[in-house]
Design a binder for this molecule. Structure first.
Ligand code: XMP
Length: 510
């Protein structure tokens, strides 16, 4: 199978390059720049892309690459740091620019023959660099320039080496897709044959080989990522996989039953359900501080998971549904230990139990995970679930977490979700939920004065959870939700709607 190999120098956009190539239906994989040269050679990729990165070629320990790479006859594209490295290694001159070029720039094309084929004379590109090229290596020609960079794009066509100062992978580069498309198809000669089906086949093969005769455990949360991970790993190793689902007492209504039905009934996966709600609620007793709630739940979860995993003979692997956005801020060439989701905090567990991680989704974006899930036959109802935080309803039950308060919140949450689904808004919003506030307000019901609890309703639009805006839900829908909550839940007499964006608020209240 043809592949484009991306050599990662630590740019936060590396995965975007891989994603763009996958969108062209060409397989692409990222390897750290520390990977042995022999491995790159052995794989015989159709093309190699050197990513950007935070380093300068002048840094003492600047990451580099074996210069033999340029003699393989395989097309190479260097982006930003990748360009500076090519120039530096092949005898050109890189210098520290007086002015850091950051943001939009107008690229003026000098040569339209291949990588800029069918690109307008002038186009907006996105720059983010301090160093720049002042002299090209021998054999290179200039393909484009900007006001600040005389060499914004260069190439040695004989050796099939191309280099760009800007980032074609980001959306702000207007013709970025087309430029990468030209590299992948016109220069590397790839054809669009890869799809999710091939991804599944390749991953299954890889997982099977990695796991061998050992066993795998997977912590199941009921969310999209862990479900897709479990089903994929199960396809690879069958009954050698055991999923563990911990009922921590702060789950949504019917969550446990739904997970059991999906995994056991639909996919026949070994599933161990641990009812630890008593244990969690005991630990949470009297705790009001949000961070303490999170820490208690995280630590207790790891403890229980470890106890259960130890009961399984021959376990050597932990499968985790880490997605690309979860690792986005880590510098990937430091190695896998830097990439564990901090709130999952499984680092200690891996060490204590001598487990190795399997993260089949680590290069995918959420929408790609959904495509993968569909390929695996997972129903849309699960694939389009809103995110749900690990500490569950505990961080939506502001103040003390008691069974009684959780019951109220659970009922309110169910009503919010039912109405949002019924009205067709579920798929249009990132997240919607109820929050129980630690205040009581006065009301009047019938002829009686009431003094009861308040539920806040929150619905937000977001692309990645990093920023968010509140959803302008129709008044009629809010009215319906409010009426149902007050009529159906004893102890609640007021409903408010949260109209805070993120920032300054966060999506969750704690
Ligand atoms: P915030 O509240 O930080 O949330 O704006 C951003 C997104 O992350 C989810 N979230 C969590 N997810 N464990 C998780 O798996 C957590 O501890 C956690 N805290 C927040 C939140 O629901 C939102 O989608």
């Amino acid at each position: 199978m043809q592949e484009i190999l991306i050599i990662d120098f630590g740019s936060q956009y590396t995965q975007l390059i891989a994603r763009r190539v996958r969108e062209f239906k060409v397989y692409s994989e990222i390897i750290p720049c520390t990977a042995p040269f022999a491995e790159i050679k052995k794989r015989k990729p159709a093309g190699i892309i050197l990513s950007g990165g935070p380093s300068s070629v002048f840094d003492e320990n600047a990451p580099t690459i074996n210069i033999e790479l340029f003699k393989l006859g395989i097309p190479v594209l260097g982006i930003c740091y990748g360009m500076q490295l090519i120039t530096h290694l092949l005898g050109g001159k890189v210098t520290k620019a007086e002015k850091r070029e950051y943001g939009k720039a107008i690229l003026k094309i000098d040569d339209f023959s291949d990588i800029f084929n069918e690109i307008p004379d002038e186009t907006v590109v996105w720059m983010s660099h301090a160093d720049k090229i002042i002299e090209m290596p021998h054999g290179f020609i200039r393909l484009a320039h900007t006001e600040n960079s005389s060499y914004a794009a260069i190439a040695d066509r004989n050796k099939k080496i191309y280099a760009l100062q800007f980032h074609p992978e980001v959306v702000h580069t207007q013709e970025g897709k087309k430029i990468l498309h030209n590299f992948v198809f016109k220069i590397c000669g790839c054809s669009p044959t890869w799809d999710m089906h091939s991804f599944v086949e390749r991953e299954i093969e890889y997982i099977r080989k990695t796991v061998g005769k050992y066993r795998v455990v997977c912590a199941l949360s009921g969310g999209v990522d862990s479900t897709v991970t479990a089903v994929l790993v199960h396809k690879a190793v069958g009954d050698a996989l055991t999923c563990i689902f911990v009922d921590n007492g702060v789950l949504r209504a019917e969550e446990r039953e739904k997970v059991e039905e999906t995994l056991r009934k639909n996919f026949h996966i070994n599933l161990k359900v641990v009812d630890a709600s008593e244990r969690f609620l005991r630990k949470l007793k009297g705790v009001k501080d949000p961070e303490r709630k999170r820490k208690i739940i995280g630590a207790e979860f790891i403890k229980i998971f470890e106890e259960e995993a130890k009961k399984i003979e021959g376990v050597k692997f932990l499968a985790q549904g880490t997605l690309y956005p979860d690792v986005i801020e880590s510098v990937s060439f430091k190695g896998p230990s830097a990439t564990i989701k901090s709130h999952h905090n499984v680092g200690g567990l891996l060490k204590r139990m001598k487990l190795k991680l399997i993260e089949p989704l680590r290069e995918l974006f959420k929408d790609e995970v959904r495509d993968l899930g569909r390929e695996l036959g997972i129903p849309d109802e699960i694939l389009y679930r809103h995110p749900f935080p690990g500490p569950g309803l505990a961080i939506r039950c502001i103040g003390e977490v008691t069974r009684e308060r959780l019951d109220m919140l659970r009922k309110a949450d169910k009503i919010v979700l039912e109405e949002i689904k019924k009205s067709g808004w579920y798929k249009k919003v990132w997240q919607s939920f109820a929050v129980l506030l630690p205040v009581r307000t006065v009301g009047v019901m019938g002829d009686e004065r009431t003094y009861e609890h308040v539920i806040a309703v929150r619905a937000v639009h977001s692309v990645d959870g990093m920023t968010a805006d509140w959803v302008r839900l129709p008044y009629e829908l809010l009215e319906k939700i409010s009426n149902r909550i007050i009529n159906e839940i004893k102890g609640v007499n007021r409903v408010v709607y949260d109209i805070t964006s993120k920032p300054p608020g966060t999506i969750e209240w704690e």
